[in-house]
Design a protein around this ligand. Structure first.
Ligand code: AMP
Length: 280
């Protein structure tokens, strides 16, 4: 599975990436972490990046693209990865598309963690407090002043990626204001629904994450291709009505928090399914 986690500083990308690493055995490719390691090691790239990072600005695209390109070639990235903090600009996203194409790697989805900006300062403050409590070194860019600059840069340069990936039908949006546990569950649910990870055994009744209809609705939202969806929704005649209702429900569920485009497709799909069922 190959994923991008998108969200402003403090959205919980690192925390969720760690959980995905543990659950699916992926590698987390965090450009921020790599740059901090390079700075600590005093490499030329690290030294160049250190002051930029401390000021809350973005490191030049060619540096981070080079780092990611090298990292994707490492054997551990072959079984799947989560990009955390990259891409951060549209040119970086375009460069990533080209890199992935060249390396014959397919991106499964971009998971956007959407959070209220007002909560971010408090989150970063609590991250700092936790790091201090653990006796860890605090990031030099985790101060209120630098955070506001990082947020401004997110708004201006990174937020356009939401549109970029939504247009390419890759975007899945999750409400990042829920508890860590809920966010994790929701991410797992949508990844199962698009078929990026295998479904776990389900309870016998009720709405099932990863059910055929749910998979269809969310796969359409992500635009990850109709092949599986086509074969997935072929219920027996007597099961038709409930399935279309479920499709509607799951479309609504997948849409909650989804950006307009993919969400619209999911809704339309649910409607189409319902109409088709009504006719037959
Ligand atoms: P992060 O750990 O993702 O919050 O990143 C910390 C800092 O590293 C950012 O504020 C940037 O200065 C730099 N950085 C990390 N990733 C990128 C990237 N993809 N493009 C440019 N700068 C980056």
């Amino acid at each position: 599975m190959r994923l991008i986690l998108l969200g402003p500083p403090g959205a919980g990308k690192g925390t969720q990436a760690q959980r995905l690493v543990q659950r699916y055995g992926l590698v987390q490719l965090s450009t921020g972490e790599m740059l901090r390691a390079a700075a600590a090691a005093g490499t030329p790239v690290g030294l160049q990046a250190r002051d930029i990072m401390a000021s809350g600005s973005l490191v030049p695209d060619d540096i981070v693209i080079g780092i990611i390109s090298d990292r994707l070639d490492q054997p551990d990235a072959r079984k799947g990865f989560i990009l955390d903090g990259f891409p951060r600009t549209v040119p970086q996203a375009q460069a990533l598309d080209a890199l992935l194409k060249k390396k014959h790697i397919k991106l499964d989805a971009v998971v956007e963690l959407r959070v209220n900006e007002s909560a971010l300062l408090a989150r970063v403050e609590s991250r700092v407090a936790e790091m201090l409590a653990r006796g860890e070194e605090v990031r030099i860019d985790d101060t209120p002043e630098v955070l506001s600059k990082r947020l401004a840069s997110y708004r201006a340069l990174t937020e356009p990626l939401i549109h970029y990936y939504s247009e390419r039908r890759k975007l899945l949006t999750v409400d990042g204001m829920m508890t860590i546990e809920h966010v994790t569950r929701e991410i797992n649910r949508i990844l199962t629904a698009i078929g990026a990870v295998p479904a776990r055994p389900q309870a016998k009744t009720g709405q099932k994450a990863g059910s055929a209809s749910s998979r269809k609705a969310i796969r359409n939202a992500a635009g990850t291709g109709p092949r599986r969806a086509k074969t997935a929704v072929k219920p027996a005649a007597k099961a038709r009505k409930p399935v279309s209702r479920t499709a509607k429900k799951s479309a609504r569920k997948s849409v909650s928090g989804s950006r307009a485009k993919g969400a619209g497709v999911a809704k339309k799909t649910a409607k189409k399914v319902t109409k088709k069922r009504a006719k037959t």
